[in-house]
Design a protein around this ligand. Structure first.
Ligand code: ZN
Length: 210
């Protein structure tokens, strides 16, 4: 077969697979022990865009988190000294990220005849794009609020969102709306550029015991 061009999907995969000591060394898969030693597990994490579920004692968690902070989406305290069978079964709150509500709106402005799709996060972020985020897996956008008079404001979707990462050039969201669902990554090439890209990161469905 001819050489395949590197696709965006494979770039995502490469990005989502950090060099991780637990994947390169032998580790246990006992839910009542840290994956890297025989201590009781204290913390469990869902990471690598929802693909991996790991648990550690305090010491090994800190060590591991330092290397993988960019790839960790959820962290929960373990109940009864045993990692959950499925991460989502653990009723403890997620310690990482900020939870807020959001709405997707299509807004047309009277003064200059412009229209934008907006994703408005109640935590204060305002994403504006020429493209409908529910119809495209990747959109270009900027963080802005239009000051104009609205002549049409249509609610497209709403729900809760967890801001998993909020850095200067990269942000990560876990949207739980009716239509907007999944982990999205927003990136900018440089801090001088007003343009950002928002793309859906593939999450294997209910891959709970990974
Ligand atoms: Zn340990």
């Amino acid at each position: 077969m001819a050489k395949k061009k590197k696709t965006k999907e494979s770039e995502v995969t490469v990005q989502a697979q950090p060099v991780n000591p637990i994947l390169t060394t032998e580790y246990k898969y006992r839910r009542d022990q840290c994956m890297m030693c025989a201590e009781l597990p204290i913390i469990e994490a869902k990471w690598a865009n929802g693909m991996c579920h790991s648990w550690f004692c305090d010491v090994h968690y800190k060590e591991w988190e330092e290397k993988n902070a960019n790839y960790v989406e959820y962290i929960k305290k373990i109940i009864n000294n045993e990692a959950s069978k499925s991460f989502y079964d653990n009723p403890n709150p997620n310690i990482k990220g900020t939870e807020t509500s959001f709405a997707v709106r299509f807004i047309m402005y009277r003064n200059d005849d412009t229209s934008y799709w907006h994703i408005i996060l109640d935590a204060g972020q305002h994403i504006a794009s020429d493209d409908n985020p529910l119809e495209k897996d990747e959109i270009s956008f900027y963080f802005k609020q239009h000051p104009g008079l609205r002549q049409l404001c249509e609610l497209i979707d709403f729900g809760t969102v967890t801001i998993l990462m909020d850095r200067e050039l990269i942000k990560k969201y876990d949207f739980r709306g009716n239509k907007m669902v999944g982990i999205y990554e927003a990136t900018a090439d440089s801090k001088d550029s007003p343009f950002w890209t928002l793309k859906k990161v593939e999450v294997p469905k209910e891959n709970k015991d990974a």
